[in-house]
Ligand binder design. Structure first.
Ligand code: ZN
Length: 237
């Protein structure tokens, strides 16, 4: 293989390696996973809050129901007393009626409160059920994406390994001075040591090249660098 062709091979491998390394650095899936995880955490928190709210409502409901029963019994007792004919004093009867009315009022309010609480509990239970379903779905999605992420990572790392292996092979057959020169340019030029000639220009810095230089590069007899960016010029047949 011609020296320049060998260098170009090396350069192409390096470009592939660079591309994969960049992809590995910012895989969109990583961001997606982070976002999804946060979403799940938020929903779990909200679910916890709703559950303790539900407990509070249920506790209040039990209390109100018990009080309602007590008042119901008190009303029965008062009515029994009132209509039994045992009490004859007008004043006492009036007092009994007043008390009965008062307790009936309370009982009415308790009835309203019970209905209200039952409705609140029903709605909250529905919401909790939906939240649980959503959390399960999101967790499934998260696991699926995590697997996808792992697969992509593995695939890219495999590709990287192959490329680096082939790169080593290419280097084995290359002269030391060439390797050294290539590495120096690569290090000082953003990791891009070579540039193709395209439409009479250096493909990387876009500088127009004299026809004489182009003809020299085409011969592939010696290494010629771009006057502007210093990269090693290459002509693809
Ligand atoms: Zn250039």
């Amino acid at each position: 293989m011609n020296e320049l062709d060998a260098l170009w091979e090396l350069h192409r491998h390096d470009m592939e390696i660079k591309k994969i390394e960049q992809r590995l650095k910012r895989l969109p899936l990583r961001k997606e996973l982070k976002g999804l995880k946060k979403e799940i955490e938020r929903e779990i928190e909200s679910l916890k809050r709703n559950k303790s709210k539900l407990d509070r409502f249920k506790k209040t409901l039990r209390k109100v129901e018990m009080e309602y029963k007590t008042h119901e019994m008190q009303i029965k007792d008062l009515e029994k007393k009132l209509y039994s004919g045992e009490v004859t004093s007008v004043k006492e009867l009036e007092q009994l009626e007043k008390k009965l009315k008062h307790i009936k009022n309370i009982e009415g309010r308790e009835e309203d409160e019970t209905l209200e609480l039952v409705e609140l509990i029903e709605n909250l239970e529905k919401e909790i059920k939906q939240q649980k379903r959503q959390i399960i779905q999101k967790k499934e999605l998260f696991n699926q994406k995590k697997q996808e992420y792992r697969d992509t990572l593995e695939q890219l790392n495999d590709e990287l390994f192959d490329l680096e292996y082939k790169r080593e092979e290419l280097l084995e057959n290359m002269e030391k001075r060439l390797k050294k020169m290539y590495d120096e340019v690569k290090m000082n030029r953003d990791g891009i040591a070579m540039a193709e000639i395209q439409d009479g220009k250096c493909s990387i810095c876009r500088m127009a090249l004299p026809i004489m230089i182009i003809n020299e590069v085409k011969k592939k007899e010696k290494i010629i660098r771009c006057e502007n960016c210093g990269r090693l010029l290459y002509w693809s047949d």
